[in-house]
Design a protein around this ligand. Structure first.
Ligand code: G16
Length: 545
């Protein structure tokens, strides 16, 4: 088998976003596009010769094609071994688990996460480092720099590897091991949670749940863990077969896109518990009977109950949340006497804090929660955590959440997304906000809202001192309310403006309102300050979560 060095020319648009490079499939299908990016990754790495790489994806269209290319390029670039999930399947948290367990050099995850898939959908690729987490900014910047000057890539001239059959084969000098995608991850979950108590809950005949895998990667994991290992009734996991186009759906577990599950949980004979996860299995949505748990509240509640879970019995070291995530978790951290860190959006910012053992739990408003067990957010982990809490407390989801609000106060929270707006308009809106920050300080908008601070969030990593600027406009009010504006780093069409709204309510009698009603005045203020309608021409958001 011969190693070929193929001449190529750079593409100018290979800058990784919040989570890797995400583009329409058609973009990835351009000549050498994928190869350029993969070689750019390899060019930034040192001392990987002979070492192991983990490769897998969420099963979306182009996954299998990309894996064959990556295998041949890994062999040509000198990796010693690639571990690949059978059928090309590996969830994002499973990749993180495998890198850590087998001390691999790194991993490549093929996914555009919650973005739609299929031939007309999106594809994505991200590199994870040896701690199992997403490459930090200095590496993604280096990959981007490589992609702008690349002139050739290396690939092995060889036939395709059979990735559907478990076992080991050779590709040139490199070993390819096709592994079961689920086993190692399921064992990790078993080592964290009280499987006996969860088994009792799921088989007592009184408790009912549904888990929507949205035809994405979590299906085989959820089936194995919930139905096979924990004994939940067959049919507990719906839409469990991963499909290349996610069955035409949008594998984003929120109230809009997980409609089938939401309808079940809001029906007359709704089960007690509902959960969904996204394309690559790292996000989660938690529902009770006719009850939605915001991801921000979920993080705070997991932190409050952490000690019911065997792995966290000794208590947690600290919590980290992304800046736009509500401050509900901060209150729990304060009560527990542990630190709470505020990081920019993107799971990669949690890696250093987890490695340094400063935090145990992390979470984001974007339906992501996780812990120090891996270095990615983890959808099924969050679902098992909730089941563990429900099994131990024997309370309903609604009781748990409303008790939490009564104890700590409620952080009313919502995110309004304006999708596919022209990029120049979105950038103008942000530029105007930035330009006006100085004038906002101290300004009063009505009897309730006086600006306490207004800034463009900047983060200095407490471990390595690296600084990340321009991470979103924060406007905080004297009553503790907040407005945050930022542009998404994961969209692939135009720009997506995200407006995050948060308001604190300590009075239990006022906590039962619907969030949109409670936030009504703040929503209006977001338009006044951000000039959203004026700049975008939109009078309403595309998605409200
Ligand atoms: C990714 C990141 C998350 C981030 C989310 C939304 O999630 O890993 O940290 O919160 O995108 O980012 P943005 O607001 O920039 O669109 P995923 O699940 O898409 O990989």
């Amino acid at each position: 088998m011969e190693i070929r060095t193929v001449p190529t020319t750079p593409y100018s648009d290979q800058k990784p976003g919040t989570s890797g490079l995400r583009k329409a499939v058609a973009v990835f299908q351009q000549p050498h596009y994928l190869e350029n990016f993969v070689q750019s990754i390899f060019n930034t790495l040192t001392d990987y010769q002979g070492k192991t790489l983990v490769v897998g994806g969420d099963g979306r269209y182009y996954n299998r094609t990309a894996i064959q290319v990556i295998l041949k390029m890994a062999a040509a670039n000198g990796f010693g071994k690639v571990m690949v999930g059978q059928g090309g399947i590996l969830s994002t948290p499973a990749v993180s688990c495998l890198i850590r367990k087998y001390q691999a050099f790194g991993g490549i995850v093929l996914s555009a996460s919650h973005n739609p898939g299929g031939i007309h959908g999106d594809f994505g690729i991200k590199y994870n480092v040896s701690n199992g987490g997403p490459a930090p900014e200095k590496i993604t910047e280096a990959i981007y720099a490589q992609s702008k000057t690349i002139s050739s890539y290396r690939i092995l001239e060889a036939g395709d590897v059979d990735i559907d059959r478990l076992g080991t084969s050779k590709l040139g000098d490199m070993v390819v091991e096709v592994i079961d995608p689920v086993t190692d991850y399921a064992q990790l979950m078993e080592s964290i949670f009280d499987f006996e108590r969860i088994h009792e809950l799921l088989t007592n005949g009184r408790f009912h749940m549904k888990m929507d895998a949205m035809h994405a990667v979590t299906g085989p994991y959820a089936y194995n863990i919930l139905e096979y290992r924990l004994g939940a009734p067959i049919g507990t996991v719906i839409n469990s077969k991963p499909l290349e186009d996610f069955g035409g759906g949008h594998p984003d577990p929120n109230l809009v896109y997980a409609k089938e599950l939401v309808d079940i949980l809001y029906s007359d004979d709704a089960p007690d518990f509902g959960a969904a996860s996204d394309g690559d299995g790292d996000r989660n949505m938690i529902l009770g009977r006719r009850f939605f748990v915001t991801p921000s509240d979920s993080l705070a509640i997991l932190a409050h109950y952490a000690q019911v879970v065997p792995a966290y019995r000794e208590g947690i070291k600290g919590i980290a949340r992304s800046m736009p995530t509500s401050q509900a978790a901060d209150r729990v951290a304060q009560k527990l006497g542990v630190p709470c860190y505020e990081t920019p959006t993107g799971w990669k910012f949690f890696g250093n804090l987890l490695d340094a053992d400063r935090v145990t739990l992390c979470g984001e408003e974007s339906f992501g929660t996780g812990s120090n067990h891996v270095r990615e957010k983890d959808g099924l982990w969050a679902i098992l955590f909730w089941l563990n809490i429900l099994a131990v407390t024997q309370k309903s989801v609604a009781e748990i959440v409303t008790n939490h609000w009564a104890t700590y106060g409620r952080h009313f929270y919502s995110r309004h997304d304006y999708e596919e707006i022209p990029t120049d308009r979105a950038e103008d809106l942000m530029a105007n906000l930035r330009a006006n920050l100085g004038q906002l300080q101290g300004k009063q908008f009505n009897s309730r809202y006086t600006v306490a601070y207004a800034d463009d969030f900047s983060y200095t990593d407490p471990i390595d001192g690296s600084v990340s600027r321009n991470q979103g406009i924060r406007i905080g009010f004297t009553d503790g309310s907040r407005l945050v504006y930022r542009l998404s780093g994961t969209g692939t069409k135009g720009a997506t403006l995200r407006v995050y709204l948060e308001q604190y309510e300590p009075d239990p009698y006022k906590q039962q309102q619907d969030a949109q009603t409670a936030l009504k005045d703040l929503i209006a203020l977001a338009d006044t300050i951000g000039q959203i309608t004026h700049c975008t021409g939109r009078t309403a958001p595309t998605v409200i979560t």
